[in-house]
Ligand binder design. Structure first.
Ligand code: SF4
Length: 79
């Protein structure tokens, strides 16, 4: 991988468990708290916008908005 490609790499992944993922109210809340547009709310629940993942600023507002343990932010890099 070239350095330029490494810069474009996704550095985090987000996991959201059911039933929280299918909760339309939680989806609206997540869309609201995440300032970089990683969550999209629909009637079916929360969609995680993969193309926005590298914009995450690790503020953890989304984790706080979810029921305890329902959401995990997985860092894919060292440090
Ligand atoms: S940690 Fe912050 S920036 Fe990252 S997905 Fe959650 S709310 Fe969005």
């Amino acid at each position: 991988m070239s350095p330029a490609e490494a810069m474009d790499a996704v550095f985090i992944d987000i996991e959201l468990d059911e039933p929280a993922k299918s909760d339309p109210e939680l989806a609206k809340k997540l869309e609201e708290v995440c300032t970089v547009g990683i969550f999209k709310a629909s009637a079916a629940g929360t969609e995680i916008v993969q193309g926005q993942l590298d914009e995450c600023v690790l503020c953890y507002l989304c984790v706080d908005a979810c029921p305890t343990g329902a959401m995990r932010i997985i860092k894919k890099y060292e440090n």
